[in-house]
Ligand binder design. Sequence first.
Ligand code: CP3
Length: 357
Amino acid sequence: MENSFLSSDETDLKSDFISACRNEHHSQVPVWFMRQAGRSLPEYKKIRGEGSILEAASDPERAAQITLQPVERYGVDAAILFSDIMVPVHSIDFGVEIQPGIGPVVENPFKSIEDLKRLRALEPEVDVPYVGETIKILSRECPVPIIGFAGAPFTVASYLIEGKPSRSLKKTKALMEKEPHIWDLLMNKLSEITISSLNHQIESGASAIQLFDSWAGLIDPKSYEQKVFPYSKKVLSSIDNSLVPKIHFGVGTQPILHLIAAAGADVVGIDSKTPIDVAREKLGDEIAIQGNLDPEICLESIEVVEEAVSKILTLNNNNFGHIFNLGHGVLPNTDPEILSRVVEMVHSHKLPESKNG
Ligand code: CP3
């Protein structure tokens, strides 16, 4: 593994991002943005090409270049692989497409036990060799740690069942409640696919991983605990955190934050509705927190953005376990100048000399 970034007490390549994930001493608050690759960058639109994002992501040279664009423009402390949470299920031919401006669309959504046959095991070297190749190129060219990622079984299941983006998740909730056996089989299959995908990314050189359970907050806490948590835990606990730190993120997770951590995270990604001090009260001081500038605020004036950034840094109270990020992905109409200013501000905030202040 060439892109092997170590935490601050090792001698090799040091990274503030990895140190913060591990709640270790470092001098500058690290920052990156979810969905930083693509979307709002004009240089992305230039090389993105026609066709689906799934095609763009399957060309290693282009995917590596897109991954590097935000690192070069913003000076962020980590690069997130240009790919998508639907890549593994697309690659095993479940029939998933991603429509621009809409999101994942499934031609024949998951309905019954018969559909389990369409979810065979993922063989990364055969099904998604381009993911490994992209990471290998980045391991040579990327100056900062590479974050590999996957969709959590629940969020991916919701797309397969609903067939298109949905806020009510009606069909998903119905299957979960009325067909517990099929739900368990489906979630187990998706867990295995997720584990294979993440391990392949780590073996190829990813220095951290993030599990995106974007829609975990759309179900009630009891259902989360019984029907979702065990599978995310299975995924995260199958990854050795001595190899890479593990980030676990979802939106609307304030009531289940302790479970997001207990699933096996080194870092809990919080949305913009959960103030950092509230999150820390629930989680304690040992675990790192990632977040949580409101992506909508990034559409406002620079003064409004600066105030919001300062507020987050103040609420964090110089805790070393903080990675600055948005509370969800970069919105497509965000001005890149705003994000550059956010990085500059976060980097100019000085942390104390030692952990004890
Ligand atoms: O973070 C990054 O910049 C790296 C790449 C990345 C993409 N998708 C690229 C992408 C990551 C980490 C994702 C994760 C992802 N994909 C999530 C979890 C994060 C979240 O936002 O909650 C989800 C739910 C998806 C599914 C998905 N893919 C949606 C809802 C969309 C939006 C459709 C649109 O056009 O806005 C996509 C498409 C997509 N994935 C784009 C990009 C750059 C934009 C479309 C394009 O260029 O064609």
